[in-house]
Ligand binder design. Structure first.
Ligand SMILES: [Zn+2]
Ligand SMILES: [Zn+2]
Length: 149
């Protein structure tokens, strides 16, 4: 998975580059997202912070995520048929996701399988291709075990 353990200084640098001050709240949320390397929903982030003894109300978590998202530090992922948005550290490039239909867990795939396909498609159709989106749905290992029982 995409674990990017950023130091406290590095997180500060990223925030500064995005025009944000390095506040404690922003730092804790960035730390949670980069340490897990997995898209998380606000509730999960809140629970993680609480477990680590960091007191922040859920509304602050949401507000901080909003700020980080509008500055491009964090990417918001909204899926069809799921009303809780997930967030991940934006880093570089776009992502594709593996989504569990049962527990709604999201795993990001760093590798993009469509780069050469886009090029040949562009040649074939004369379309100027600007991007694509691709999500893959299924059952995570835990849920497929449960389904087999
Ligand atoms: Zn699952
Ligand atoms: Zn791609």
């Amino acid at each position: 998975m995409m674990k990017q353990e950023l130091t406290f200084e590095k997180r500060g640098e990223i925030l500064k580059r995005s025009g944000l001050r390095h506040t404690k709240q922003r730092d804790h949320i960035m730390e949670a997202l980069t340490e897990t390397g997995t898209p998380l929903c606000a509730q999960t982030i809140y629970d993680m912070l609480k477990e680590n003894g960091m007191v922040m109300d859920l509304s602050t978590v949401y507000r901080t995520l909003d700020t980080l998202e509008s500055s491009g530090v964090v990417r918001k992922i909204v899926l069809e048929n799921d009303d809780s948005a997930h967030y991940e550290f934006a880093g570089n490039g776009h992502r594709h996701y593996l989504i569990c239909l049962l527990c709604k867990k999201i795993k990001s795939i760093e590798y993009c399988p469509l780069v050469s396909y886009e090029m040949s498609l562009s040649k074939e159709t004369d379309f100027v291709i600007e991007g694509h989106s691709l999500n893959i749905y299924g059952y995570c290992p835990e849920c497929s075990d449960k389904r087999r029982e």
